[in-house]
Design a binder for this molecule. Sequence first.
Ligand SMILES: [Zn+2]
Ligand SMILES: [Zn+2]
Length: 220
Amino acid sequence: MTCLLCGQSLPRQFSFTDLLYLKKSRVCLCCSCQASFEPIGPQHCPACAKPGQNELCLDCHYWQEQGQVVEHTSLYHYNEAMKAYFSRYKFEGDYLLRAVFSQDIKLALKSYKDYTLVPVPLSPEGLAKRRFNQVTAFLDHAGLSYQELLGKKDGVKQSSKTRQERLASCQTFYLTSRQPLPAKILLIDDIYTTGATLNLIRQLFQQAGVKELKTFSLAR
Ligand SMILES: [Zn+2]
Ligand SMILES: [Zn+2]
C-alpha cells in the first residue's frame, strides 16, 4: 500500500489496536502527511471553532448582529496541507481522496446520534463539473447515512467571490421535499470559511420550522 497523498509506500505491519479498531485513516496516509494536518485544539472560537482564539471571532460577531446563532464543530485547521488536499480532492477531482478523513469524520459524528445528517449540495453546474459531491463522497465512504434535503441553484461560485460578496450573498439553496423535516439537523460541509453558506441554509431551515440546527465541517 502507498500513501494516498505522496505515494510513499506504507509499512505493512499495523499495530494490533489499529487492526482491532479498523483505523483506516491510519493506513491510507504516511506519518509525515498525517502530521501535516493540524487538528483544532481546545483553543478556538466557542461558536464556530475558528482555531487560535478563545473569544467570539469577527465572523461570529457579524452573524450575532444578524440574529444568527452559530453552533459549529470542525476537525482541522484549514492550513497549507489542508488547502493542498482540497485542491486535489475538489478541484482536480481525485475521488480516491474521499477516504483520507472519512474515519475521523465517522468518529466525530458519533456524538450526533439523534441528528439527521444533511450534506451541503452542489449546484447542477458544479456537480457536472466535479462529477461528485465531495461531502456525500466522504459520508458514503464513512458508511454514514444522510438525507439530501437541499438543492442549490446555479450561480456564481462561493470561492470566486470576495469575502464581502460572500457575506452579503443571497439565498441560492432550496428544500427538495415538502415532507416534514427532522427535528434535529446537523449540516455537513467540507470547509467553513466565513460561515455564509451554512448560515444561508440555517435561515432556510429556520423558516421551515426546524428548531435545532448545528453545523459541522472537516476544516475551518
Ligand atoms: Zn504521504
Ligand atoms: Zn467564530
